[in-house]
Design a protein around this ligand. Structure first.
Ligand code: ADP
Ligand code: ZN
Length: 210
């Protein structure tokens, strides 16, 4: 297919969409859905992911249910900027929480230049604190899609990612990367979320309302 001239794209309005939520919320599926829609519209799409995400497959975005799409692994924001081709209309970025804060300026530049930018990432870490560049991205986005998973303990809607280390709730002071420990993550609702230490353990010890 012949590439569309860059001039045509500049006449169109760019847009920055941020897809966020906990683990298992469906962020990857939503990103892939949007990438596929754009392909049906005969737009040129590039999908990127940080190289750190080796969960399932090196050069693909793969959802927890196995929905997949080709993705270019990049080592950081400069690598990502350099990999974007001039005639690309839609840029999708997976696991955005792992990039540094310069991702925000890149996304704004891209949207200003008429591109559609779709960024997916965890809005909160295992402490329920804003994760990496996500809060800033949410602030400057045109569109925010916040998804919720199902709490793996009680079945209610879940906004949090609960981390266990060697079968116990993670400690507030645990590092993000733990060497030699077995860790896992679950989607949890507000009531079922657990962490040892930190301010949220004090909040949970409040007496329940009558
Ligand atoms: P994310 O990128 O937000 O981690 P994915 O798009 O990879 O999420 O996976 C979402 C899919 O995972 C859902 O469509 C569903 O089939 C499956 N799934 C597994 N566990 C859960 C859960 N606890 N809540 C919701 N969906 C879940
Ligand atoms: Zn719950």
């Amino acid at each position: 297919m012949k590439a569309r001239p860059a001039r045509k794209r500049a006449a169109e309005n760019g847009c920055l969409t941020v897809v966020c939520g906990s683990m298992y919320a469906g962020k990857s599926e939503e990103l892939i859905r949007r990438a596929r829609r754009a392909l049906y519209a005969k737009l040129k799409v590039q999908v990127f992911k940080p190289e750190i995400d080796r969960r399932f497959d090196e050069a693909k975005v793969v959802s927890h249910m196995g929905v997949r799409h080709d993705a270019v692994p990049v080592t950081g924001v400069e690598d990502l900027r350099a990999a974007i081709e001039d005639d690309t209309d839609v840029i999708c970025i997976e696991e955005a929480q792992f990039f540094d804060s310069t991702l925000v300026d890149l996304c704004v530049d891209l949207a200003d230049s008429g591109r559609q930018v779709v960024v997916a990432g965890l809005d909160q870490d295992f402490r329920r604190r804003p994760f990496g560049p996500m809060p800033e991205l949410l602030a400057v986005a045109d569109e925010v899609v916040k998804l919720r998973a199902i709490c793996m303990k009680c079945g209610q809607a879940a906004s949090h990612t609960y981390r266990t280390v060697d079968g116990r709730p993670a400690h507030w002071d645990d590092p993000i990367v733990l060497v030699g420990a077995t860790e896992s993550y679950e989607a949890r609702c507000r009531r079922c979320f657990e962490i040892r230490g930190g301010p949220s353990s004090r909040a949970r010890s409040r007496p329940s309302r009558q």
